[in-house]
Design a binder for this molecule. Structure first.
Ligand SMILES: Cc1cc2nc3c(=O)[nH]c(=O)nc-3n(C[C@H](O)[C@H](O)[C@H](O)COP(=O)(O)OP(=O)(O)OC[C@H]3O[C@@H](n4cnc5c(N)ncnc54)[C@H](O)[C@@H]3O)c2cc1C
Length: 637
């Protein structure tokens, strides 16, 4: 299969404009004749559904929550990047582009990243116009703070609730269209399969989560904005409901899955505290603007933080990376936390934690200012950890947070199935092997508000789509498969809970395909996952029935997909014999312990084709070319 990225060529500054001009339009009267199915109401799906409806298309929009405004995007804390250069501190579209390509360890497409940096400016204007209450300075200008991997302040924020405020903006825009009758909203509805007719994505099969009713919806294009798959690890900072089912089932219908092993481990999360924990909590990266990360200089030092004198503390990020200090990118900060803990210098009961200390910032700025900046995060920490972070340093440890992998898409955001578009965290994105903080919200909104509404017209204007109806064999077949899988799960005579399997899979993934990976460990995981998957289908027990709200059943289907996806992630990680960004293979590191890329052999996007459960998928490679930011060893020293 030839992967055509459709990336424009020529001067990078004008690629998007020239490309947009080359795309065909659909005239306003004809837009009304098209129906677009949008799955997801997070920042990506919500903004796309609202924008497509505003353009004049009929939109059907789906989410599994009871309201579109409960999508996982609501949890985003720290902020959203944009190259506005309000601080006049040297920022520019080009610098955001440069930082993102470098931060992603040279595993993203330059054309996409440049477009993202350009559009970042429009996003802020649009959100302000919607009334999103970004933090402001005394002068009235929007305030900015810094995030990892950048030496400028370009992160716009609304306290520690940026995702919530942005989502309320997108949700209002969506509600307006629902009110106008241009969007038909289906909450509590889960997409369980993709309908492909004559090679084109034409619909989805859904299950009503309240009644169990299985239904098909047909249209002219399908958009997936269904979020990331970090919950394959069981413990992650993602919302409990976040899952891979929509993209995985589309993958099984022919959409290639790219870079599945590129996962992001966030350095500042509240550490795991026991075997029965089901969720990890993020402490936003914004805290590293003022918090200093340290561990005791000596191994086995059990004194409380307050009794460890200054010269016996190791501010290891400031020591090793003097230019970026505590604001090194996430992959670098996470790996260093692991290293100091592996050396026996971790703190707290489990010794799997490092300190994030605000003592100096409080002395310098006063408690009031710190409270104003991070008050809700400090309260959240105190409620969970039982310690007052104004008095004692926070204890933090890396945790699974974000997935850079996802369905492969071209420059138009179309997958390898014509008519199937993938946006936001669900696609394999512009972040390469490591996403910079505050860039996911930027990408989701860029895709939904600005890119897709331009590119989808071209497909609709140029495709000859026959009218499809629900009697079509492809519809019947997809529905039948959904009915069978649901029934199999409900009637299985096993004895083990879905969660017990999920926890076991998650531990396997964390141990062998987590923060650091080895060929041997990945082979171990690949040897164990199929057996565990078989066992799952033999021994899982799903309580309740299919005709009522049954969250055990919902989870059972999602965990079944996680088993298959986990295998692909390990295979991808094993195949990539290099370290880059969040993918750290212990065999490939520099003498200083940094990731060692192998550009000669691995400068490509790995796009996998499904060949059957348990069958080896086929690997297709999209070569990456760097004309502007030349690949070099990333240095934050
Ligand atoms: C705790 C936390 C804090 C974060 N903070 C930041 C931050 O400060 N800045 C930043 O840039 N990024 C941040 N991120 C990352 C960012 O929040 C996400 O990447 C982003 O919100 C994903 O948006 P999305 O629209 O792609 O998906 P989501 O917001 O996850 O939305 C997915 C949508 O798809 C629907 N859906 C999924 N599957 C199905 C299905 N099968 N059927 C029907 N509907 C389905 C869901 O109902 C939901 O509506 C954070 C992430 C976490 C976990």
């Amino acid at each position: 299969m030839e992967l055509d990225s459709k990336c424009p060529t020529g001067p990078i500054e004008t690629r998007w404009d020239r490309h947009r001009f080359s795309l065909k339009l659909v005239n306003p009267a004809n837009k009304r004749k098209h129906t677009i199915l949008v799955v997801g109401t997070g920042l990506a799906g919500g903004s796309a559904a609202a924008s497509l409806a505003e353009l004049g298309y009929n939109v059907k929009c789906f989410c599994f929550q009871d309201s579109p405004r409960r999508a996982h995007s609501i949890a985003a804390q720290g902020g959203i990047n944009a190259a506005k250069n309000y601080h006049n501190d040297g920022d520019s579209v080009y610098r955001l582009f440069y930082d993102t390509v470098k931060g992603g360890d040279f595993r993203a497409r330059e054309s996409n990243v440049y477009r993202l940096a350009q559009i970042s400016l429009n996003i802020i204007d649009q959100c302000v116009a919607q009334g999103v209450p970004f933090a402001r300075e005394y002068s009235g200008y929007l305030d900015n703070r810094s995030f990892g991997g950048a030496q400028v302040s370009r992160t716009f924020y609304a306290r520690g609730q940026t995702g919530q405020q942005l989502l309320l903006g997108a949700y209002q825009a969506l509600e307006r269209q629902i009110g106008a009758g241009t969007v038909e909203m289906f909450p509590r509805t889960e997409m369980l399969d993709l309908i492909v007719i004559d090679g084109h994505a034409r619909g989805i099969v859904t299950r009503n989560l309240m009644t169990g009713r299985i239904e098909s919806h047909l249209g002219d294009a399908v958009v997936l904005g269904t979020g990331g798959y970090g919950n394959v690890y069981y413990l992650s900072t993602n919302a409990k409901g976040s899952n891979a089912t929509a993209i995985w089932r589309a993958h099984k219908r022919g959409a290639l899955f790219a870079n599945p092993c590129f996962t992001q481990i966030h350095p500042t999360c509240i550490p795991v505290s026991g075997d029965y924990q089901s969720k990890l909590t993020l402490m936003s990266e914004s805290l590293r603007n003022d918090g200093r990360v340290w561990v005791p200089a000596k191994t086995g030092d059990t004194r409380p933080a307050s009794q460890i004198p200054e010269d016996e503390r190791d501010y290891y990020l400031e020591r090793r990376y003097p230019s970026f200090g505590n604001l090194v990118p996430r992959d670098v900060a996470s790996r260093n936390a692991k290293t100091v803990c592996d050396e026996g210098r971790g703190v707290g009961e489990t010794k799997l934690a490092v300190y994030l200390d605000f003592r100096d910032a409080i002395d310098r700025l006063g408690k009031h200012t710190i409270k104003e900046r991070y008050g809700n995060l400090f309260d959240m920490y105190e409620r969970i950890a039982g310690e007052d972070p104004y008095q004692a340093p926070m204890r933090i440890y890396p945790a699974i947070h974000y997935t850079m992998g996802g369905l492969w898409v071209d420059y138009n955001l179309m997958s390898t199935i014509p008519g199937l578009y993938v946006i936001g965290e669900a696609n394999f994105s512009d972040h390469g092997a490591n996403r910079l903080g505050a860039s996911a919200l930027m990408q989701g909104l860029a895709d939904g508000y600005f890119v897709l509404p331009n590119t989808i017209n071209d497909y609709l204007a140029t495709s000859k789509l026959e009218k499809a109806d629900t009697s079509h064999a492809a519809v019947r077949d997809a529905e039948e498969q959904v009915v069978q899988t649901t029934s199999k799960l409900l009637h299985n005579k096993g004895t083990r809970s879905v969660d017990s399997f999920h926890r076991e899979l998650g531990k396997l993934m964390w141990d062998y395909c987590g923060m650091s990976r080895t060929a041997e460990g990945l082979k171990t995981a690949l040897a164990q996952i199929p057996g565990l998957r078989e066992q799952y289908w033999q021994e899982v027990k799903v309580l309740g029935s299919g005709e009522e709200l049954n969250q055990s059943l919902e989870r059972a289907g999602r965990v079944a997909d996680f088993f298959e996806l986990a295998e692909l992630m390990c295979l991808d990680a094993l195949e990539r014999n290099e370290s880059c960004g969040g993918h750290f293979r212990e065999e490939y590191q520099t003498p200083e312990g940094e990731a060692a890329r192998d550009d000669a052999h691995y400068s490509y996007g790995a796009a996998w084709e499904f060949r059957g459960v348990g069958e080896r998928p086929a690997l297709h490679k999209e070569p990456l070319a760097f004309e502007y930011v030349h690949p070099a060893q990333r240095s934050y020293k």
